[in-house]
Design a protein around this ligand. Structure first.
Ligand code: ITT
Length: 192
């Protein structure tokens, strides 16, 4: 069976993909291959960071692999927080502080347009392929809702009048940036 490493330790993300590909591919996590390296995301774009992860695994283990990177791009902030989404306010993963910083920086701003983006880098038979998923929306002036994570309480996807944090996980997974990029990846793999 063709082995494929998902450069993540997030079991939830892995299960999502595993559920969608048939038995022709054996999906492995970083733990499965004994990789405990801290792969530093030093890129300035999602594409670079996704590529850093997949290339690292490919070079070290000579296994096909894919990695992803995601974040929020806000037009009035010239695309920030972008690749710095997880640590926008300093501390990695402090979502409340990150949200506060976004709202402070957008104080009085009328252009609230933003998008979530995911880029996946896949190395398949040694060749690199990219898959990109986005969801357009606007940034609220105050948080609303308690589901999801990250910037979900301030992100209202276009065509809805609720935030990602007010949607069920299933509903969000129908339209999210990550789901769209993963779908392109899964379609690619199912034709191999
Ligand atoms: P890793 O360790 O796997 O990198 P992470 O939380 O950094 O975990 P991502 O690269 O997917 O995961 O996302 C980076 C940040 O972008 C994340 O911490 C959030 O702040 C934000 N983000 C990404 N996807 C999001 C989503 O669906 N809803 C809300 N915020 C999201």
């Amino acid at each position: 069976m063709h082995k494929l490493v998902f450069a993540t330790n997030n079991r939830h993300k892995l299960d999502e993909v595993a559920a969608k590909i048939d038995g022709k591919i054996e999906l492995l996590t970083l733990n499965d291959i004994g990789c405990y390296d801290d792969i530093e995301e030093t890129g300035t774009t999602f594409k670079q960071n996704a590529s850093i992860k997949s290339q690292f695994i490919y070079k070290k283990y000579n296994l096909d692999c894919f990695g992803d990177d995601s974040g929020l791009e806000i037009d009035a902030l010239n695309g920030q927080p972008g690749v710095y989404s997880a640590r926008y306010a300093g501390e990695h993963g402090n979502h409340a502080a990150n949200i506060k910083k976004v709202l402070d920086n957008l104080e009085g701003e009328t252009n609230r347009k933003a998008r979530f983006r995911t880029v996946i880098s896949l190395i398949w038979n040694g060749e690199e392929h990219f898959f990109d998923g986005t969801v357009e929306g606007t940034i609220r002036t105050a948080p609303s809702g308690s589901d999801g994570f990250g910037y979900d309480p301030i992100f209202e996807p276009d065509g809805y009048n609720i935030t990602f944090a007010e949607m069920s996980m299933d509903a969000k997974n129908q339209i999210s940036h990550r789901a769209k990029a993963m779908e392109l990846l899964v379609n690619f793999l199912s034709t191999r």
